[in-house]
Design a binder for this molecule. Structure first.
Ligand code: PEP
Ligand code: MN
Length: 337
């Protein structure tokens, strides 16, 4: 249930509603908008039980939420959320392009890529320190030394950095070294991890599980939002289908669907979605045309030598070509790059 306050409400009215909601055994979530204040009631509630709240002073009306997710829904917040990440704004009219290697491998590889990413006009760098690999025998990432390299490179180039966190116990450590925490597709429903990144208050890039519905993605976002962290960016990264000519199938529909039902920013990962570098640019352009707020793209100076995801990584020159192509396309959909 969402409680909409009257325009003329006072802070005391809000306090009284919050106190009553708590007394009833629910969790209130207050959102102060420019036009109005709304209070989300979190917990299992039914309309009848909450109906008396409409008579409290300052309350305009109660809006039942039929969707399972509340805080992420447009009913709760009609306007687009803009997620600040170290001075950048994900979800504003400027497209956010995040680029970099699948995994941090060496200092040279990271610095060479970061320099190119910076020069191309992209605003954020990606690079895995802890890699969730299907095989325990594959390269698992350099771990803490990679975090230190990411920290150094973000300071050198003024790039905001995102990296994946795999374990709840690592959240604080990873958050100290980078600007944004990535929850990978394989961990989209690791609820303990979601709660922990929620509590961290750090910006979160939440990737859609490869077999997750859009509603399940939004329920996972809800775990982060319900832990008082509003800085959530959603990422469509391809889903499993019967099609096997690409690694996954980019669910381009997810972009307009998500933009309609949630206020959270939506970005697309054309690298994992296609799994093949030669399809990445087309998928990236499609994502921008469909209304995505940004892209996350794997770039490697020498893809043939990459320790993970080489086949889907763009060479630096090809990434720069893509950045050039995206400019006019961004403009055509009312955005800048
Ligand atoms: C990645 O970004 O390198 C990654 C492992 O992505 P996903 O979780 O979408 O597979
Ligand atoms: Mn990867």
């Amino acid at each position: 249930m969402i409680i909409v306050m009257q325009n003329s409400h006072t802070p005391e009215h809000v306090d009284a509603v919050v106190a009553r909601v708590l007394e009833m055994g629910f969790r209130p979530y207050v959102s102060d908008g420019e036009e109005t204040t709304i209070i989300g009631v979190i917990g299992h509630s039914d309309a009848e039980q909450l109906a008396p709240l409409q008579y409290l002073p300052g309350v305009a009306n109660l809006v039942p939420v039929t969707k399972k997710y509340k805080l992420g829904s447009r009913d709760f917040r009609p306007k687009d959320t803009v997620v600040p990440v170290d001075g950048r704004e994900i979800g504003a009219s400027k497209l956010t392009v995040i680029a970099g290697p699948c995994a941090v491998e060496t200092e040279d590889q990271l610095w060479e890529t970061a320099r190119a990413v910076k020069e191309s006009g992209a605003s954020m760098l990606r690079g895995g320190a802890f890699k969730p690999r299907s095989s325990p025998y594959s390269f698992q990432g350099l771990g803490k030394p990679a975090l230190e390299m990411l920290d150094a490179v973000r300071k050198e180039f003024g790039l905001a950095v995102v990296t994946e966190v795999l374990a709840p116990d690592d959240v604080d450590l990873v958050a100290r070294h980078v600007d944004m925490l990535q929850i990978g597709a394989r961990n989209m429903q690791n609820f303990t991890l979601l709660q922990e990144v929620g509590r961290s208050g750090h910006p979160v890039l939440l990737k859609r599980g490869m077999s997750a519905t859009i509603e399940e993605l939004l329920m996972s976002a809800e775990y982060i939002l319900a832990n008082n962290n509003e800085r959530v960016v959603l990422c469509e990264r391809g889903i499993r289908t019967f099609e096997d000519s690409t690694r996954f199938t980019l669910d381009i529909n997810a972009v307009p669907v998500l933009k309609q039902v949630t206020h959270l920013p939506v970005i697309v990962d054309p690298s994992h979605a296609t799994g093949k570098w030669n399809y990445v640019a087309a998928a990236a352009r499609a994502a921008v045309a469909a209304g995505a707020d940004g892209l996350i793209i794997e770039v490697h100076p020498r893809p043939s030598e990459a320790l993970s995801d080489g086949p889907q990584s763009l060479r630096i020159d090809r990434f720069c070509d893509l950045m050039r192509d995206l400019g006019p396309l961004a403009q055509a959909v009312g955005r800048s790059l």
